[in-house]
Design a protein around this ligand. Structure first.
Ligand SMILES: [Zn+2]
Ligand SMILES: [Zn+2]
Length: 149
């Protein structure tokens, strides 16, 4: 796991990213960012909405959706594709990384070891495609949930 030097530092980095791409850090956006920073699980927009509303009661759900889409576009968070097809997001830490997701508590571990790169290269050669990205998600149960039975 990469060392995060506190949520404040991460927040500053996110603010810089937004600014660098010409976006203002409005109060509603800030409430959304504060609701997700430091959370190692994945979350649905509705959950982010509930949490962010505690610091910014006038927040609208549409703003949450738009802010999450924006953060995803900037590569700060990423989509998680759950079995039941609902839309979730999690914090993104590395450029090439994959996710190990606990089905019970929702905890997400990122990992970067991946044997797909060779396959991707071979496939690109064979098909002539320029392959630019791939996703891999593993679902299971985390040690804490296994102990809890
Ligand atoms: Zn778990
Ligand atoms: Zn990979």
């Amino acid at each position: 796991m990469p060392e995060l030097n506190g949520e404040e530092q991460q927040k500053t980095r996110w603010l810089d990213q937004l600014k660098a791409h010409g976006y203002r850090m409005t109060r509603p956006r800030q409430a959304v960012v504060e609701a997700i920073l430091g959370d190692p699980t994945h979350w649905r927009p509705e959950q982010v909405f509930e949490r962010a509303r505690r610091t910014y009661p006038n927040l609208g759900l549409v703003t949450v959706y738009r802010t999450l889409e924006l953060l995803q576009k900037l590569g700060l968070i990423r989509r998680v594709h759950m079995e039941r097809g609902c839309r979730s997001y999690t914090l993104a830490s590395q450029e090439h990384s994959h996710q190990l997701i606990c089905r019970d508590c929702g905890r997400v571990e990122e990992f970067s070891e991946c044997d797909l790169l060779e396959t991707v290269e071979r496939l690109a050669k064979r098909t002539g495609y320029s392959i630019e990205a791939h996703w891999l998600e593993l679902l299971g149960r985390c040690p804490a949930c296994l102990v809890a039975g």
